[in-house]
Design a protein around this ligand. Structure first.
Ligand code: C2O
Length: 587
């Protein structure tokens, strides 16, 4: 393989040099032009041919920039595990004791179809026998030595490695990260898949399945009791959030003080927004298209990743710890056994979202499908696995027990009848075109070079490029609000909500139709120690919010302008600036 590649490289070089220098033998200028265009056409054809064949080659480093393959695969470089430091400069070690690149690697194979299907059940509904079994498995896992990749801390540190960017990408100096993009769902599916099978094998039970924390269902909106005893305990949790406290799945970083019923109905309405009205297009739900290399970087998480995912991580983590460990910081999150049930539910919701759209493949881009990661299986073998391998959970021999998704019917209603709201908004504008009633300046939707700090509510009026779109047009293109250039200056919890045509956004939340979405930044808790030559692409974040259905419900579909408000929550916006807000259409 290696030798062949060199031969083709040398040959290619000869052809190209030959073609270029032949220019000099053409004397007549017109002839020369023709010859040059012929030659460059030929060159392009040859390069194109190599472009295609090159895709299959493993070592992209050897390739001249000009003939870089189109289809580069995102995968970690296992020789590069970085050390990291906590925000308080304490060293944090997540890397394996021995480089994974020194281990033999096997390719992933689907489990045999004779294997029983492992059925994941809601954590609040499992019986005592199951809890005892799971406790035993975790206890054994925790007793394994650190050099055993199946051990509990090694499992937890897999998450630390991939969430902090401890591995570089292969053939690139940029770091690989699996949050805040379309890597989020498949990577976590892989992680808990292997974890579940290791647990099962430790207790000799091939039926063993993880539970899921059914926080989107009213009965499941508590920290499940099973996590309060035995080996499932984690002392690093916010004690005021233990049962009977109802989970705030859209945590604003302060206690909203809602009674249980109001909290539950707010949660359910919020789920409707995150799963249905706010997730009509693949990118809105899955996150942005993160690809290999520096140019492939993107930072734009999908609805569910932002919240409940980030929000609940933070809600569970201890308020007494600076990084909100365990669950509240990425590096320590998987040390809490509840992490796996949290992600099991997120994984289930990925399936539900796919079902809602008739299970059509959502992403067919080979760069996503072929993205490759490495995990240890129950036999401690290092397995190479691709995203395309994990798109069908039945092939992975697990399933979710059917539960009712009550949020499907929880479409929120406007907090103020739309006609009245429109009058109030109009009046306000006429009274003073520059100031609204609450004394907040009306700013232009582009906030200029330095952006605008989110330490206070920002209200803008946006012109809509299209109104009165037909049903078909709306299905083809979702109208979205783009909050661009979000710059978070430190590793902190940041949260702001986006409202449309709200008369008073201080009084309302996701239970009201004016709520369009929320942006949540969860703490990493550590920063990695860079090696020489490492590239950290610091780019600003983009937050996209689907509003087609919301505009219909607010009877604003025919309006040429809408009011959009960004509301920082829990005093967290001080660390954040935003460059602007605009309306776009997403296919
Ligand atoms: Cu990788 Cu819930 O985080």
């Amino acid at each position: 393989m290696e030798a062949k590649r060199w031969v083709s490289l040398v040959l290619l070089a000869f052809i190209l040099v030959g073609l270029s220098s032949s220019d000099f033998f053409v004397k007549d200028s017109e002839q020369q032009v023709q010859a040059i265009s012929f030659i460059s056409g030929l060159k392009a054809t040859i390069l194109g041919f190599f472009d295609e064949t090159w895709v299959a080659m493993e070592d992209a480093n050897a390739i001249n920039e000009e003939i870089r393959p189109k289809h580069v695969i995102l995968t970690p470089n296992l020789t590069t595990c970085h050390k990291s430091l906590s925000d308080a400069d304490r060293p944090v070690y997540c890397c394996p004791p021995k480089r994974e690149s020194l281990e033999p690697i096997i390719d992933f194979k689907f489990p045999d179809i004779s294997e029983p299907i492992r059925v994941r059940k809601p954590a609040h509904m499992v019986d005592a026998d199951y809890i005892a079994k799971y406790n035993k498995a975790i206890a054994i896992m925790k007793s394994l030595p650190y050099d055993d990749p199946r051990s509990y801390m090694r499992q937890a540190n897999m998450h630390c490695i991939y969430c902090t960017g401890a591995y570089n990408q292969q053939n690139s100096n940029s770091l690989l990260k699996i949050h805040r993009s379309w890597m989020f769902f498949p990577w976590h599916r892989m992680m808990i898949y292997f974890h579940e099978r290791i647990l099962g094998s430790l207790i000799g039970d091939e039926n063993f399945a993880l539970p899921f924390w059914n926080w989107d269902s009213p009965e499941g909106m508590f920290i499940p009791d099973m996590y309060l005893n035995g080996s499932m305990v984690d002392t690093q949790r916010d004690s005021s959030h233990l049962p009977p406290q109802v989970a705030d799945i859209n945590y604003d970083y302060f206690e909203r003080g809602l009674g249980p019923e109001d909290q539950i109905s707010t949660n359910v309405a919020f789920m409707y927004n995150q799963m249905v009205s706010g997730a009509k297009k693949t990118e809105l739900f899955m996150g942005c298209a993160y690809k290999a290399g520096e140019d492939g970087f993107c930072d734009g998480p999908g609805t569910i990743e932002l919240a409940p995912h980030n929000a609940l991580h933070t809600w569970v983590g201890s308020n007494l710890n600076t990084e909100r460990e365990d669950l509240g910081a990425f590096y320590s999150a998987a040390r809490d056994p509840i992490f796996y049930a949290h992600h099991s539910n997120i994984d289930r919701l990925w399936n539900v979202w796919n079902e809602l759209r008739g299970n059509k493949p959502a992403i067919e881009d080979p760069e996503w499908l072929d993205s490759t990661f490495y995990f240890h299986n129950e036999k401690s073998q290092l397995v190479r696995i691709k995203i395309r391998d994990v798109l069908d959970s039945s092939k992975l021999r697990y399933a979710y027990e059917n539960v009712e998704n009550v949020w499907l019917n929880a479409r929120p209603k406007p907090s103020v009848p739309p006609k009245i709201a429109r009058q109030v908004l109009k009046m306000r504008e006429n009274q003073n075109p520059f100031l609204d009633i609450s004394n907040q300046a009306i700013v232009s939707p582009d906030f200029g070079l330095n952006g605008k700090r989110l330490d206070t509510t920002i209200r803008v009026k946006l012109r809509r490029p299209k109104t009165h779109r037909s049903k078909i047009e709306k299905e083809q293109e979702e109208e979205i609000i783009v909050v661009y250039g979000i710059d978070i200056s430190k590793d902190a919890y940041v949260k702001f909500d986006v409202y449309v045509n709200a008369v008073d956004e201080t009084m309302i939340g996701p239970e009201s139709r004016e709520f369009a979405g929320t942006f949540v930044n969860m703490k990493r808790g550590v920063r990695i120690v860079l090696n020489k030559g490492d590239l950290v692409v610091k780019r600003k974040t983009t937050f996209k919010v689907g509003i087609t259905e919301l505009l219909e419900d607010l009877e604003a579909d025919g309006d040429e302008t809408v009011w959009v408000t960004l509301v920082p929550r829990g005093g967290t916006g001080v660390n954040t600036t935003v460059d602007g807000v605009r309306i776009e259409y997403m296919k």
